[in-house]
Design a protein. Sequence first.
Length: 354
Amino acid sequence: MKLNAWLACCLGMAMVGVAWADAPNMQLVKKEGELNADMTNPGSSEYPSWFKNSFLDFRDDVKDASAHKKRLVLFFYQDGCPYCKKLLEINLAQKNISDLLRSRFDVITVNLWGDREVTDIDGAHLIEKQFADKMKVMYTPTILFFDEQAKVVLRVNGYYEPHKFLAALNFVADKQEAKSSFRDYFAKLNPAPPTGTLHAQPFLAPPPHALARVKKPGAKPLLVVFEQQQCPACDELHSDVFTRKETLEQLARFDVVQLDMWSKTPVTTPDGRSISASAWAKELDVKYAPSMLFFAADGKEVIRTEGYLKSFHNQSVMDYVASVAYKTEPSFQRFIEWRAEKLREKGVKINIME
């Protein structure tokens, strides 16, 4: 990718606030669009396989989406755009965001500088960069949401943090544009932003993370919690699930390690290899934060949870691994039913929604 294209992305994002008409919102958008201190060209990004493979006739795409009770989303990107990478890696690593996009939208990528031929909503034949110019796309990411009449009902200029991006998806999926502007909708919703930090816990093993199990007879099973800094579900995991007495009793049966799924933190894997946390997460195909991966005492992965689960389910997975029940009961669902019944027999009240 040309350097000037990448600079256009960075400079364009610095102008995010200018694109908004209301002065009170300018500072907020600019803050959300700021880069991390390490503002380096990230290169090209991999897009999810569930993004739609389109013939780029957007009239047909609107009809097809509508026929499946979905709405069309055009995602304008460019290689080397750090904010596009952030959207893909941070936002789409939230399982609720990814699931909502997959179930309620057809997402199509459009290259800001691309030469593929498209047929736009008006039936005009253009190449991508001409279409981007026609739609007044000035920086990336720009995301256009279309209704069933092929009208743009929401335009997201620049990067939204996960809590605001999720609000935008719900706004369009629930067809709220007929009732209010997104600005008013978001103001009333007022969702809590993520803390933007990894949470410290007394049960988390400190670095260096030497997780090798091959030469540790009698070692505890291992729980590796992959998280990221912008992660409301991670916040809830620590503020709720990890504070409960029943959870702490289960966690005591494990060696527990917390890893930032995007970090370069050095790790020695359970099978004795040296690797970075991000490379190991990619190798393990960790897609969501938080993901909890459970390894047996011999270093082999037993089971994993992806995204946020309520306390009883988390405690049950921990018990399933720590008690080695998986060796005699391969179905976790049957184990969790058996466990719930045993606890009820002891007078324990079970609420799977807590």
